[in-house]
Ligand binder design. Structure first.
Ligand SMILES: [Mg+2]
Length: 169
């Protein structure tokens, strides 16, 4: 996976500089390397604007490679919450609500394609995951997990009643 990541970085002009860094420092895992690269990126003014995009691309690549090697990292619910809190702190709620809107529209797009007959289950799953992660961040920000469970119960009961009434007119 490490070699694969270096190869990917080299093939991408924007990420080329970081491939050497990765080789020079001999990280044990690509995940460690990504963590360090994030810190390195923060130090390069020229790259500040590209930070988000670079990190996103690197993270995506690591995810892909991990998938390929079948060594996907297990993330507990508690860790997921911590990661979402970190994301909120790191990017801020304004950026994250924009990201939520973006992910919801990506999911909308994939659902529309599926309705038109596309074979895009994998893309739908990916976008549902993105939306799930963004919603989780919003739940944390608005501190509303209890309210959501209460509302979920209410709405599901209403749905159950509606189905019963429609099936038994
Ligand atoms: Mg997405």
């Amino acid at each position: 996976m490490y070699e694969e990541l270096v190869k990917t970085l080299r093939s991408d002009c924007m990420l080329y500089l970081f491939a050497d860094k990765l080789v020079a420092t001999h990280f044990e895992t690509a995940a460690n390397a990504i963590e360090d690269l994030k810190k390195q990126l923060d130090r390069y003014d020229d790259y500040i604007k590209l930070n988000g995009e670079v990190i996103e691309r690197l993270t995506k690549k690591v995810k892909e490679l991990k998938g390929n090697e079948g060594i996907d990292m297990e993330v507990t619910d508690k860790e997921a919450t911590e990661i979402c809190k970190d994301a909120l702190y790191h990017y801020g709620i304004s950026n994250q609500t924009s990201k939520a809107i973006e992910e919801m529209s990506e999911l909308t797009k994939e659902i529309c394609k599926w309705k038109e007959g596309a074979d895009n289950k994998a893309q739908i799953i990916e976008e549902m995951t993105d939306v799930y992660i963004m919603l989780k961040q919003m739940v944390i920000y608005f501190d509303c997990l209890t309210e959501i469970y209460q509302m979920r119960n209410k709405k599901l009961k209403r749905l159950k009643t509606r189905i019963f009434e429609e099936e038994n007119p």
